[in-house]
Design a protein around this ligand. Structure first.
Ligand SMILES: *Cc1c(COP(=O)(O)O)cnc(C)c1O
Length: 407
C-alpha cells in the first residue's frame, strides 16, 4: 500500500481497483470454462493486440524475454551469430539473444533520445564488419562471426529512429527485431512511408512484455510476439508449446512458454483502456515538462518530431543524481534508475569482453538518469510536489554558490 502522503514511483493498485469488477468477471469466465492454457480467450486477445499494433499476427507467450528469444529462434538466429543491440537496456534483451544461441554486440545510444544511435550502428557495420567472402554474408572481422540481426530497443516508451535503422539493415542484410517491451502504442513517423507506424509493426517481428508495471500489464507474467510474417508466427506458436505442431508431435525443440488464459482474459479487459492511459501518461509528461522548465540543472526527455512517445518512464538527466534521489526519497517520493549499470559492465556479462569506456554515452547516462513517478493516475498535485522537491534541492545548491549544470 502506498503511504498516505508519499508519492510512489509506481501505482499498481488504483487502476486495478477501478476495473476490479470487470477483472474478476474475466477470471470467473476462465474458472467456469476450465480453459486455463490456450483457448478462445487467448485467441481473442491475440487478435485484438495484433489489431492494436497494426500487425497480422500476435502470439501470446509467457514473458517479454521469451517473446524476444522465441522470435529470434523462429528466424533461426542462433549458432553464435551476432545480434546488435544497445547496452542501455534491460538485461532481458541480451538474455534473449544469448539464450537463443546468438552473441550480443553493442553499439552506443544517442545523446538526446537515449536510444540506439544510428551513427554508432553505421560505424560498427562499416568499420568492424566485412562482406568479402564468397557467401556474401556479413562478418564481424575480429571474431569471424556472422552478423545477422539488429534489435533496436524502444526504451522508456519512445521509438528508435527506425527509417535509417531499416535502411542500414537492408544495406547490410540484417533482420530487424523490435524490443517493444516498453512501447505499447508508441508511434514513429516514417518519412519513407509518409505515415505514422506503431511500435511492433516495423521489424520482422517484435517483442512485448506485459509485466505488471508495463503500459499494458498482466497480473502476473506475460508477453507477446507481433509480426506480419505468417511463417514466423507459426514457428513461435510451435516453439512456445514444447515444439509441437500437433499434440505429441514435436517437430523442433521447444519450451513451455505459453500465455495462460487468465492472464489473457485480464489483458483483454485492460486493452481497451490502453490508448486512454497512454494519453494520460503524455499529459503527465507535459505537466512535468512545464513544471520543470526552469530547473536548469536537469534535462527533460527529448521527443523528436517523428516520435509519439507513450512514456513508460519519464527519465530526466540530472547533476548530482544520487544525492537528488536520496533527497527525493527523504521526501517520500519514489524514483527509479533505468538502468544504473550498463549491460557491458555487468559482472555476469564480463565474458562479452567489453570494458569501461567502450560506450561513453551509455556510461554517462547511467550516472545521470533518474526516473520520476509516472503513471496515468498520477495527479497534478502530486506532480507539483515532485517539482517542488526538485526545485528545493537545486535551490539549496544555488545558496551554496555551486550551481550544477550539464556540460
Ligand atoms: C520488461 C522488458 C523486457 C522483458 O520483459 P519480461 O516480460 O519482464 O520478460 C525486455 N526488454 C525490455 C526493454 C523491457 O523493459
Amino acid at each position: 500500500m502506498a503511504a498516505a502522503k508519499g508519492i510512489p514511483f509506481l501505482d499498481l493498485i488504483t487502476s486495478h481497483l477501478e476495473l476490479e469488477e470487470q477483472l474478476l468477471d474475466a477470471v470467473k469466465g476462465a474458472l467456469r470454462t476450465g480453459m486455463f492454457i490456450g483457448g478462445p480467450v487467448l485467441e481473442q486477445f491475440e487478435r485484438e493486440f495484433a489489431q492494436f499494433c497494426d500487425t497480422k499476427y500476435c502470439v501470446g507467450v509467457s514473458s517479454g524475454t521469451d517473446a524476444l528469444r522465441f522470435a529470434l529462434m523462429a528466424a533461426d538466429i542462433c549458432n553464435g551469430d551476432i545480434v546488435i543491440t544497445v547496452p542501455n537496456t534491460f538485461v532481458a534483451t541480451i538474455e534473449a539473444i544469448i539464450q537463443a544461441g546468438a552473441v550480443p554486440h553493442f553499439v552506443d545510444v544517442d545523446q538526446r533520445t537515449f536510444n540506439m544511435s544510428v551513427e554508432a550502428l553505421r560505424e560498427y557495420l562499416e568499420t568492424q564488419c566485412d562482406r568479402s567472402d564468397a557467401t556474401g554474408l556479413l562478418r564481424h572481422r575480429d571474431s569471424g562471426r556472422i552478423v545477422r540481426a539488429v534489435i533496436p530497443v524502444h526504451l522508456y516508451g519512445q521509438m528508435c529512429d527506425m527509417d535509417p535503422i531499416l535502411a542500414l539493415a537492408e544495406e547490410f542484410g540484417l533482420v530487424v527485431f523490435e524490443d517493444a517491451c516498453q512501447a505499447h502504442g508508441s508511434e514513429y513517423f516514417s518519412t519513407k512511408k509518409g505515415q505514422w507506424q506503431k511500435a511492433g509493426s516495423i521489424g520482422k517481428a517484435a517483442a512485448f512484455s506485459f509485466y505488471p508495471g508495463k503500459n499494458l500489464g498482466a497480473c502476473g507474467e506475460a508477453g507477446a510476439v507481433t509480426t506480419s510474417d505468417e511463417e514466423l508466427a507459426q514457428r513461435v506458436q510451435i516453439i512456445r508449446d514444447h515444439g509441437q505442431n500437433k499434440k505429441y508431435h514435436h517437430v523442433v525443440e521447444g519450451y513451455n512458454g505459453r500465455l495462460d488464459a487468465i492472464q489473457a482474459a485480464i489483458l483483454r479487459t485492460k486493452l481497451p483502456y490502453l490508448t486512454e492511459w497512454n494519453v494520460r501518461r503524455r499529459d503527465v509528461a507535459a505537466t512535468y515538462n512545464e513544471l520543470l522548465r526552469a530547473t536548469e540543472a536537469m534535462q527533460r526527455p527529448w521527443v523528436p518530431g517523428w516520435s509519439r512517445a507513450v512514456y513508460h518512464l519519464y527519465v530526466i538527466c540530472a547533476e548530482r543524481r544520487s544525492e537528488l534521489q536520496k533527497c527525493l526519497a527523504e521526501n517520500d517520493i519514489g524514483t527509479g534508475l533505468h538502468y544504473p549499470i550498463p549491460l557491458h559492465l555487468q559482472p555476469g556479462y564480463a565474458h562479452l569482453g567489453y570494458r569501461l569506456g567502450d560506450f561513453p554515452v551509455t556510461e554517462e547516462l547511467a550516472n545521470r538518469i533518474l526516473s520520476l513517478p509516472m503513471y496515468p493516475q498520477l495527479s497534478q498535485h502530486q506532480q507539483q510536489e515532485v517539482a517542488k522537491a526538485l526545485a528545493r534541492f537545486y535551490e539549496a545548491e544555488i545558496i551554496g554558490g555551486n550551481v550544477p549544470r550539464l556540460a
